[in-house]
Design a protein around this ligand. Structure first.
Ligand SMILES: O=C(O)CCC(=O)C(=O)O
Ligand SMILES: [Fe+2]
Length: 858
């Protein structure tokens, strides 16, 4: 991925931060009819596309129904019945379903009146505030006594003690204490276990909570079945999606047909047994490849096919903690004690209201043609172009793909064919409720007509299998996203499901990668390490053997692949010791010396941590010299921005259009192999992130890079981009944006930048300021370096706090690093990770950025 992103990395970017951010009053086209139930969507092999006009029962009601159904089930059934597994679960649920649903109808009605909504989801409060405006029914919908009684029954014990701890753990240990980034964790289509029915599951203790979701039977079964196949069969190929295409369109149908045939032959009432389905799958895949969730999914398929009833599944999601838990000593009842968090604080603590209301907006193209996406800036009010429309090309959305940008409520966007920019296909005004927007040429057709149309497109070969699959995958994603929103209050910006790292099987050919993930780094196969951000001011420390450079080595030639061989590596490490120290001044060090650095949490949501003195003055100086041209070989250019998701970044025209006022800095790229100092910084960053530095190496096979013996790992590619050096002069800035991008739906791995490490080279309390000034004026007479930096703070405008109205600000300080995560522990992209580089008032701001992608095992 590095090769692809190095030269012109893509950030999505706010297109028009000058907007006053006023809440939109304009009509949106997504008014929904909520009366349609999932269960009534007919099953069909080639279509069944939900539309935005007729599809779902309010997801909120669904959540209530499910939660209550499970509670009732748990409370009324005996231990043996619960243990009866799938069949009894389904029967019981089915029996209670209608009664439960009708008892909730009135509640459902009232949710409709909350305001204009998408899929029955009440409108967010316009003021922003906590941004969790949706009362998540979740576990709280189950009365505590019911849950406890169910648990006691299930466990056959009266241990009140146990119950209390488990109840508390959900509220307390969940939340911010989730310390790993997981991708679609614990996805299952099997009935709840005894523990789960009782409201307890292992993953709650690991920090994530259960989400029960419902998907329309068609096309979900086909899509998910194909993903399971792809993951099973393609686990050692780079792009599982290719396998999904091959197997998903061929084997997938063959397996489903086999199941249908056996079902018919055996005349089974309802569903085939799990054993029978397992044996059919095993005959195609082999024993080790078959996983239980896949089997359960197919059982739901046989059981629901006639009725077209929906698919039920569960996965883990991140529940953001209450803002009161972000403060260790401020709100006494929480006081940093994990197990007491579940008690409600006496006073209701609200986050500071925000003056900024921007958010990530994602546009999905459900047609097969590429379309242009424009931001509509309205009429130009003065100047020679007065009266003309001002629109800005955000990017081109390829067929069945998505791109995104940061936006504000009230912003308008429109799409046109790429070949006819005057023909507006669809126009949207974004609001907080509508940030994932679909262009769907079939949207206005009835479900029946859509089916016919898609069938025709399939039959006449106008759509490929791949295109059809991608469209169906988006439909599944969209459906999941609604349940995710209701449960968490957050929009789903990722793609569901992401590969199931939780299910990596030790028998599969991932041994080495697993070791890397699990090894000394403390990262396990369940997820990628994230520093805990339990409360503001929380301090962590990490050890690194990549000590500060306190002198510049006599030779600074680029490193070759051979330099990364273990012996060469070790030799260099020893040689470099004479230029290094464990403090920013010289102290005597042993050859195996390490140093320890502290990270301090400055924001819990988003998760932001700072490390003072991450870089030594010599390292800072070295990077500034590279950025300022004193050392020549880094070419700094006017920074460009692109909507995230655009893949063709060689397209100069788009790039030029994208050079807007949103980002006025200049920047250049520097590879880790540039020299030993830069390489050392990358290694220290790996330690900071708690990942194996080898994953940051060039992963291309030896014959492509002219080396014999390489230490590459079974990741797709190196997981780090080249370092980006940025220079901002007075008046220059980078307006609010996200660092994440939207991966292609075709990429089964859904790679993303999970972490940003931003290192300040100049700034307040500048320990090397004097040195920099002297050296710069000496070396290149750079006049602008003679002033200290004023302004240029990095702001997380949407950080949740009880103190600040404009978010959390980070003052540039020479040598300081800020680490923030662009993802949440449940694999969603973190909209709150939005940030800006403030306007420089005087002096020059230099920063260096390192973006790290989540390790993906090939
Ligand atoms: O300059 C800053 O403070 C932020 C830079 C940034 O966000 C970026 O380059 O993506
Ligand atoms: Fe950024």
């Amino acid at each position: 991925m590095t090769e692809e992103y190095d030269d012109d990395h893509h950030d999505d970017d706010d297109q028009s931060s000058s907007s006053d951010g006023e809440e939109s009053k304009s009509e949106d086209s997504n008014e929904e009819d909520l009366d349609h139930d999932y269960d009534e969507i007919p099953s069909n092999e080639c279509a069944g596309y939900p539309t935005s006009t007729k599809q779902h029962v309010s997801s909120e009601i669904k959540q209530h129904i499910l939660a209550v159904a499970i509670a009732i089930l748990a409370a009324v059934t005996t231990h043996a019945q619960i243990n009866g597994g799938f069949d009894s679960w389904k029967t019981e649920l089915a029996k209670d379903w209608n009664a439960i649903r009708s008892s909730f109808t009135s509640r459902g009605e009232s949710s409709k009146t909350v305001g204009k909504s998408t899929a029955g989801i009440p409108r967010a409060s316009p003021s922003g505030g906590d941004r969790a405006p949706y009362a998540a029914p979740s576990m709280d919908a189950i009365p505590t006594e019911l849950r406890q009684r169910a648990l006691q029954k299930a466990l056959g014990t009266n241990s009140g003690h146990k119950t209390t701890i488990l109840d508390d753990s959900r509220a307390a240990i969940g939340h911010a204490r989730a310390t790993a980034f997981r991708r679609t964790a614990g996805l299952t289509f099997c009935p709840p276990t005894v523990m789960e029915v009782a409201g307890v599951s292992q993953s709650q203790i690991n920090g994530l909570v259960d989400l029960e979701f419902i998907l329309p039977l068609d096309p979900s079964v086909r899509v998910l079945h194909s993903y399971y196949l792809g993951d099973a069969l393609g686990s050692d190929s780079s792009f599982v999606y290719d396998n999904v295409n091959i197997f998903g369109s061929f084997d997938s149908d063959v397996i489903l047909t086999d199941i249908d045939v056996v079902h018919e032959q055996e005349g089974t009432e309802g569903a085939l047994t799990l054993e029978r389905i397992r044996s059919i799958l095993e005959s195609h895949l082999g024993e080790v490849m078959v996983n239980d969730e896949h089997v359960c999914l197919l059982q739901q398929y046989t059981e629901h096919k006639q009725s077209g009833r929906s698919i039920r599944g569960r996965t883990k999601v991140y529940e953001r903690p209450r803002v009161s838990t972000f403060y260790q000593n401020k709100y006494s009842s929480t006081a940093g004690n994990a197990l007491s968090v579940s008690r409600e604080p006496t006073e209701k603590i609200l986050p500071a209201s925000l003056t900024f209301t921007g958010f990530a907006t994602k546009f999905i193209n459900l047609s097969i043609q590429s379309i242009n996406l424009y931001w509509d800036g309205g009429h130009i009010s003065s100047g020679p172009k007065a009266g003309q429309m001002h629109s800005v090309l955000v990017g081109i959305i390829p067929g069945m793909e998505s791109i995104g940008t940061a936006s504000f409520p009230g912003h308008s966007f429109f799409v046109t064919p790429t070949y006819d920019k005057a023909h507006v296909l669809q126009r949207w005004t974004v609001t907080e409720d509508d940030v994932v927007l679909y262009y769907d040429p079939l949207e206005n057709l009835s479900i029946e007509d859509q089916k016919r149309e898609v069938q025709k497109l399939c039959d006449t070969g106008k759509w490929s299998q791949k295109q059809k699959f991608a469209r169906e995958a988006w439909i599944v994603d969209r459906s999941f996203g609604r349940d995710y929103l209701v449960k968490t209050g957050r929009h789903w910006l990722s793609v569901f499901p992401q590969p199931f790292l939780d299910h990596l099987d030790i028998d599969l050919a991932v041994g080495e990668a697993r070791n890397v993930l699990m090894g000394n780094t403390g990262v396990n196969h369940q997820g990628i390490h994230l520093w805990n951000a339990g409360f503001i001011g929380q301090v962590h420390t990490f050890e690194t053997s990549h000590l500060y450079f306190i002198d510049v080595p006599s030779t600074l030639s680029p490193l070759t692949k051979d330099d990364y061989r273990p012996e060469a590596d070790e030799q260099r490490r020893l040689t470099m010791r004479k230029y290094q120290s464990s403090q920013t001044k010289r102290v005597s060090i042993a050859s195996n010396a390490t140093m320890s650095l502290s990270l301090k949490v400055i924001s819990c949501a988003p998760r932001v941590l700072e490390v003072k003195k991450f870089l030594s003055p010599v390292e800072v100086q070295h990077l500034i010299d590279l950025a300022s041209g004193a050392k020549g070989d880094v070419s700094m250019q006017r920074s460009s921005v692109l909507a995230s998701g655009i893949k063709n970044r060689k397209d100069q025209k788009i790039r030029d259009t994208a050079k807007q006022d949103t980002r006025s800095s200049t920047g250049g790229w520097i590879h880790r192999e540039h020299d030993v100092i830069v390489d050392g910084i990358f290694r220290r960053v790996a330690d900071l992130l708690n990942i194996d530095e080898r994953m940051m190496r060039d992963q291309r096979p030896p014959h492509l890079i002219g080396a014999e013996d390489t230490e590459s790992l079974p990741t797709h590619d190196r997981i780090v981009e080249a370092m980006q050096l940025l220079r901002y002069g007075p008046g220059e800035e980078y307006t609010p944006h996200h660092d994440f991008t939207y991966p292609s739906i075709e990429n089964r791995y859904q790679p993303r930048r999970y972490a940003t490490v931003l290192m300040y080279l100049t700034g307040e309390g500048d320990v090397v300021e004097e040195g920099i000034r002297r050296s710069r004026s000496r070396k290149n007479g750079n006049a602008d370096a003679s002033d200290g930096l004023e302004g240029g703070e990095t702001t997380f405008p949407r950080a949740i706090t009880t103190e600040f109205h404009d978010g959390v600000k980070v003052q540039p300080q020479s040598g300081k690093a800020v680490l923030f995560y662009n993802v949440l522990p449940d694999g969603n992209l973190d909209d709150l990770s939005q940030h800006s580089g403030g306007k420089v008032v005087s002096g020059v701001k230099y920063v260096a950025n390192i973006w790290v992608w989540d390790p993906i095992i090939a």
